[in-house]
Design a protein around this ligand. Structure first.
Ligand code: NDP
Ligand code: 2IT
Length: 448
């Protein structure tokens, strides 16, 4: 697709001039502007009020130095970021990513996506994202603690339960959230819901750990049902073996599917008998090990080095749950050639844009990340509600709310796509439905 609206072409040129180094951010903005072209044509008042101009400029980009000392006494300096993307519908909300690949571009594109995702949840949360190029892999608990304390010593100035509420993402799980929370409390003296994904003993919500993976399957099951299909007896391939991948596997299996492959950044495991999830949990959640250790327990399975090969395994449904751009156009071609009819995204932007177009042209049901993986942040918002009322809900209550939210997201996205003449294009539907709510709130609040 290409932009055809003159105002949007001009706007995109200005966004490009202003963000010359942010390749992934520019790809993301362009793809969203393409989808919302019919909305802009229907709502000239948004253009006049500068809503799109404002929408494409993140409210605040915070960059800071994060010094820390390793166990051997060596000094290290990393860079930390927090992008406060859009606060039209609520406090900034979004995860923190710790991975050596993190740049300003990474957090900007993720914050931009997060604004639309959070809008789709129907809950009062704006968009933000943060992180650092720190690599937690191979570090001791004390090294991770010192890094997190140093990171929060700078970040605390900009966040708060009613201003900006970070959470986990790649490389940030329960351990890191605990260290970050402890330092926030120590510096500010505030015991407040400033982070989500907290431990259950200090304000966390039941089901938050499972929420992104479970939510992905609830969304996907609804999308499959609408097409007369379901997870039952289907063969599923899941990339990644982190938080999202593990609980996507758990729920897909509960819904009757057989998950035959999982991966990490080194390679993938194929087990034609179905992945033994308990074994993966021990390797990844307990030992922080590598997926190839699966073969120590299951020598009959196969391990292959490299990530892309996982998409050549024949499957009915593919759930990418690792990272951005992990499914190339060639991988999409391999999936379609092998009979895959559904790709639903647990990771953020795992499929390249040309790949999405190829899948859609070939009739593959495509669940876009900002809709399909919104269950994590939605449950974070439920954690915020529980913190505000100083009560804890049962697992059944949270899970039922999560399921209701994901089913609603599917129908809102499907309806928006239909209303704007793109029936079945859930990518466009997600961009349109997500944008409309934010745009309405921005329009009402004026030029600010
Ligand atoms: P984790 O850190 O728990 O797991 C990440 C997984 O992806 C690991 O298996 C990791 O392998 C793999 N991975 C990470 N980077 C790369 C890379 N560059 N190439 C190949 N594999 C990679 O993170 P999450 O499960 O939380 O996040 C996974 C995805 O889901 C991300 O895109 C994240 O933004 C998204 N997401 C997460 C949510 C959450 O609530 N946690 C909510 C919504 C979306 P290795 O161990 O080798 O690094
Ligand atoms: O990408 C995401 O939605 C997340 N990493 C979860 C964010 C959150 O605030 O729970």
């Amino acid at each position: 697709m290409a932009l055809s609206n003159a105002y949007l072409i001009d706007l995109m040129a200005r966004v490009e001039a202003r963000n010359p180094n942010d390749k992934q951010f520019l790809i993301t903005v362009k793809s969203v502007l393409e989808s919302i072209e019919p909305v802009v044509e229907k709502h000239p008042e948004y253009v006049k009020a500068g809503v799109l101009e404002l929408f494409c400029e993140q409210e605040r980009v915070i960059k800071f130095r994060v010094p820390w000392i390793d166990d051997a006494g060596n000094v290290h300096v990393n860079r930390g970021y927090r992008v406060q993307g859009n606060s039209a519908i609520g406090p900034y909300k979004g995860g923190l990513r710790l991975h050596p690949s993190v740049t300003e571009d990474t957090v900007k594109f993720l914050a931009f996506e997060q604004t639309l995702k959070n809008s789709l949840t129907g809950l009062p949360i704006g968009g933000g994202k943060g992180g650092s190029d720190f690599d937690p892999k191979g570090k001791s608990d004390f090294e991770v603690m010192r890094f997190c304390q140093s990171f929060m010593t700078e970040l605390f100035k900009y966040i708060g339960a009613d201003t900006d509420v970070p959470a986990g993402d790649i490389g940030v799980g329960a351990r890191e959230i605990g260290y970050l929370y402890g330092q926030y409390k120590r510096i500010t003296g505030l015991y407040e819901g400033v982070l989500t994904g907290k431990g259950l003993s200090y304000g966390g919500s039941l089901v938050r750990t499972q929420a992104t993976g479970y939510g992905l399957c609830y969304f996907t099951e609804e999308m499959l049902n609408a097409a007369g299909k379901s997870f039952k007896d289907q063969t599923v391939v899941i990339s990644g073996s982190g938080n999202v991948a593990i609980y996507a596997n758990e729920k897909a299996t509960q819904l009757g599917a057989k998950v035959v492959a999982m991966s990490d950044s080194n390679g993938y495991v194929y087990d034609k008998n179905g992945i033994d999830l308990a074994c993966v949990k021990v390797i990844k959640e307990v030992r922080r090990g590598r997926i190839k250790e699966y073969l120590d327990v299951h020598p009959e399975a196969e391990y292959h080095e490299g990530c892309a090969g996982i998409w050549t395994i024949p499957c009915d449904i593919a759930l990418p749950c690792a990272t951005q751009n992990e499914i190339s156009l060639d991988s999409c071609k391999a999936l379609v050639a092998n009979g895959c009819y559904c790709v639903s995204e647990g990771a953020n932007m795992p499929t390249v844009i040309e790949g999405i177009e190829y899948l859609q042209k070939n009739g593959v049901l495509f669940g876009p990340a900002k809709a399909a993986n919104a269950g994590g942040v939605a449950t974070s918002a439920l954690e915020m509600s529980q913190n505000s009322e100083r009560l804890s809900w049962t697992a059944e209550e949270v899970d039922a709310k999560l399921k209701g939210i994901m089913v609603n997201i599917y129908h809102n996205v499907a309806n928006a796509a239909k209303e704007y003449g793109m029936e079945g294009n859930f990518e466009a539907g997600a961009n349109i439905a997500g944008f409309l709510k934010v745009a309405n709130a921005m329009y009402a609040q004026g030029v600010c």
